[in-house]
Design a protein. Sequence first.
Length: 87
Amino acid sequence: MATQKFMGRGQLIDRLAAQVGNRDTAIKLLQQRGQLKEDGKTFTAAGQARNAMTAEERAKDRASKSLGKPDKAFTYDPSTNRARLRK
């Protein structure tokens, strides 16, 4: 899987580009989400925070927000890029 090489911090654009197929689409998505400024190079405050996270941290953050539980309540599966509640 191409996205497996972009799992670390500071790789938000590269990972999203690998997931959606090209860099231009990834930049447009990040701009729509309010994480990237109009110039397509500068992160907003929210974008800087997401870019500072690893793929695991972002997945746990998404799950935490949707279920209202703390990040520590989840385990991460890198093959699916999903976080699930611990048993």
